[in-house]
Ligand binder design. Sequence first.
Ligand code: CU
Length: 335
Amino acid sequence: MLSVQCRKALVLLNCLIAISSTDAMTKVYQAEIAYFGDQNIITGTIVAFAPHADDTKTTSYAVAYGGFLSGVPPNCEGCGFHFHTGLSCDSKETQEGHYFVDPVNIDPWNENTVYNSDANGDASFHGLVKIGTDDLLDHAVVVHAAGGARIGCGVLKAVAAADTLVSELTEFGASGASGSVTSYQLGSTDAICYYGAGAGLEKDLDTFAGVHIHSGVSCASKETQEGHYYNAEAYPVDPWNVLGYDVTDAEGKAEFAHCVKTGETEYAGKTFLIHSSSSSRLTCGVLAKPEETAKIEAGTAKPEEPATSGSVALSPFFVLQAIFAVVSVGITLSY
Ligand SMILES: [Cu+2]
């Protein structure tokens, strides 16, 4: 479906490129959590990621989530957090029960999809869950207290691709690994949530390996990648130390999703790395808006160049690709 903007002839080429590159992208959703029932102090944000079901790097119909909650019961251990079937937070009846569809027939919203709160009633949490669908739009997200009472609820709304930062991760140091990441910064705050997948990592891993945003802006070398990206004055303990993946499959594939606050607010242009269990750097990519990534892949811009939307010169190669895209879309639409 072409957007209003895309129907204007002057920007048609850019839109066609954007469409072709976003078709297989991870969709991002956000739910603002408000209180439900008589527990009236809960606030929070949940970010959910739905990888394209055909993406070979990912587990089919698994979705990822991460978020931050405030005002939940202090020291709540293993308290419930679920996506629900209903499309409204109004009542228990409209929220309905846990959301999963065929071919998943055992409730995946079990003890693994929980949050733990600290003594102040704050919680940050993340996870991956296989629910049988990548359709998350408008579904209710319900936060429970210990014992199961529903204390918070929000509805998942789509995040525009233009508001995300993505990166294709390529091997570093002849590791043979690759990956991709989709991230979403919560407004202009220091909080960012991301979902990613890696391939060609260590096989059958069952020990922790790190995943981080680094402060450097080029993947060329360890020196240009620099170290973990965070403000040490705001966060004396490196928030990245605990973020990574714990398992890979027999082919060395892994998925991960986290939400983190770094004390920094400028994530575009920063490097994103997947490490091995011994901390060596396996893949690297630079976080950029999806349309800029498409231009980089089309050979019209380099990762180091700042965003110059609407004024990128078209190379002959790019024009050829665009013409091909027009032909492809024409064929698709004629069916
Ligand atoms: Cu790192």
